[in-house]
Write a protein that binds this ligand. Structure first.
Ligand code: 13P
Ligand code: SF4
Length: 445
């Protein structure tokens, strides 16, 4: 919770600055890793997600690694990088569009032509055909999606290839294919006489292009946290049950809001036969939840909510639906990053918000809304360690390379995968965002 007033609004908006304050002892609590005060290139060549909330998750061997950033960018001051990014963007003009996710640091967001949640960014990549290059300041699965939905002449660039997502890496194509084969043995593959398929696969946007292609090929759909409820409705109109991956929490929270009991949402552990379930449990299931999670959002607890309410009795608690179910139940509302942004904008002055999502967004909202009191539920600052990898040094490097006619860090999805994944993504984009049932009013769901 806030312990001092910022003297400069940008002070609260920078994770780097917040981490310096922690180091200087100006804020209660401690960082999850003091390495977060280091620049990202210190970690880029080392296998791992780097410092931050997902640092201890095992990284797959084939996860992309970022090569060394040229020294001129590593040595440049913040002001120099800011000026170089502005100059490169001015030189490129309409030839480039910079997209930024809400979780990006402020030093990046200020250069983005469009900032949004993962649904909005996918749409933004699809609707800006004038730009030859889309510089995607987000994580790898978002850049892959942008490549799939953008026009063939457009190049998508991820400024730091090490910006992955530990949750997306928790579901691999081989493991999902193995699960699918086991489900086919139990439920068959033939369409039921009511016209419904036995199982509809639904993948969260936070997954590889290969998994989106798998889903597209098997009659399924992609969802984001902003349209998961509407996507489940879409899936249940076409199938008897859903295989939901990789995020168990988004699946469980959305399923429960639709009235599905927990007993009908078993967890699928890919390391166990039948996912660790009995045949009978699977026959009863409506949603099979893959054993994945976000390391940032699973840090939020009911205890933190209790403490926030004790200190600020009128506080409105909003959490992202990647948080565990007990946390979503204890909150006043749950929704995507865009839902959180809009809820705060619509509130009367003097409102108090305790937020359960990534710290960059919470700090920016606090700086942009001095009329409210806004703080993060978690007193320990742990940014998403992969979003954090997009540092202005990398943005300056990719933009200046474009000015010189050189495309670095291009993300490409092979045509076959892109075609199949595109089917599932177009289905997703046709399902308009809407809040998870019950998330706008009162407590829990
Ligand atoms: P949104 O879809 O809400 O932008 O979330 C993306 C994400 O990665 C959250 O962890
Ligand atoms: Fe992935 Fe979590 Fe980071 Fe989102 S916040 S990109 S789900 S690790």
């Amino acid at each position: 919770m806030p312990t001092r007033e910022p003297t400069d609004p940008r002070e609260h908006a920078s994770v780097d600055r917040a981490l310096q304050l922690i180091t200087a002892g100006a804020r209660a609590g401690s960082s999850c890793s003091s390495s977060l005060t280091e620049d990202p290139w210190t970690f880029d060549a080392i296998p791992g997600y780097g410092p931050g909330a997902s640092m201890s998750d095992p990284i797959p061997d084939d996860a992309p690694r970022q090569g060394s950033l040229p020294p001129e960018y590593r040595k440049a001051t913040d002001e120099e990088l800011h000026g170089r990014i502005l100059a490169a963007k001015a030189a490129l003009g309409e030839r480039v569009v910079v997209l930024g996710h809400f979780y990006q640091r402020d030093e990046i967001v200020q250069h983005a032509d469009f900032v949004g949640d993962s649904f909005q960014l996918a749409n933004a990549a699809r609707t800006r055909p004038a730009a030859e290059a889309i510089v995607f300041c987000g994580v790898h699965f978002m850049a892959e999606t942008a490549d799939i939905v953008s026009a063939p002449h457009q190049k998508v660039i991820l400024p730091n290839l090490a910006a992955g997502c530990s949750m997306a890496d928790m579901a691999e194509l081989d493991a999902v294919t193995d699960c699918w084969e086991q489900l086919e043995e139990i439920f068959g593959s033939a369409t039921h006489r009511d016209g419904c398929a036995p199982v509809i696969p639904v993948t969260y946007m936070n997954s590889s292009a290969a998994l989106k292609a798998f889903v597209g090929e098997h009659g399924g759909i992609v969802c984001t946290s902003s349209n998961a409820d509407a996507v489940l409705e879409w899936a249940f109109e076409r199938g008897q049950r859903v295989l939901f991956f990789p995020d168990q929490h988004l699946g469980r929270n959305t399923g429960r809001a639709r009235g599905i009991p927990l007993t009908q949402m078993p967890l699928w552990n890919p390391h166990l036969p039948l996912g660790g379930n009995t045949r009978e449990q699977l026959l009863e299931a409506r949603i099979l939840l893959w054993h994945g999670f976000c390391s940032v959002h699973r840090r939020f607890t009911v205890d933190q909510i209790d403490r926030a309410r004790a200190e600020y009795p009128g506080a409105h608690v909003i959490v992202h639906p990647e948080c565990p179910m007990e946390v979503v139940d204890a909150a006043d509302s749950a929704g995507s990053t865009d839902f959180i942004v809009k809820a705060i904008s619509a509130a009367p002055p003097g409102s108090v918000f305790a937020i359960g999502t990534e710290i960059n967004l919470v700090q920016r909202l606090a700086a942009e809304h001095p009329e409210h009191t806004i703080f993060c539920l978690d007193p320990v600052i742990c940014p998403c360690s992969t979003m954090y990898r997009i540092h202005p040094g990398y943005l300056a490097w990719v933009l200046e390379s474009l000015v010189e006619g050189d495309t670095v860090n291009r993300i490409t999805v092979d045509p076959d995968t892109a075609e199949k994944a595109g089917v599932a993504l177009e289905r997703m984009l046709s399902v308009a965002p809407r809040p998870i049932a019950g998330s706008t009013s009162g407590k829990g769901n």
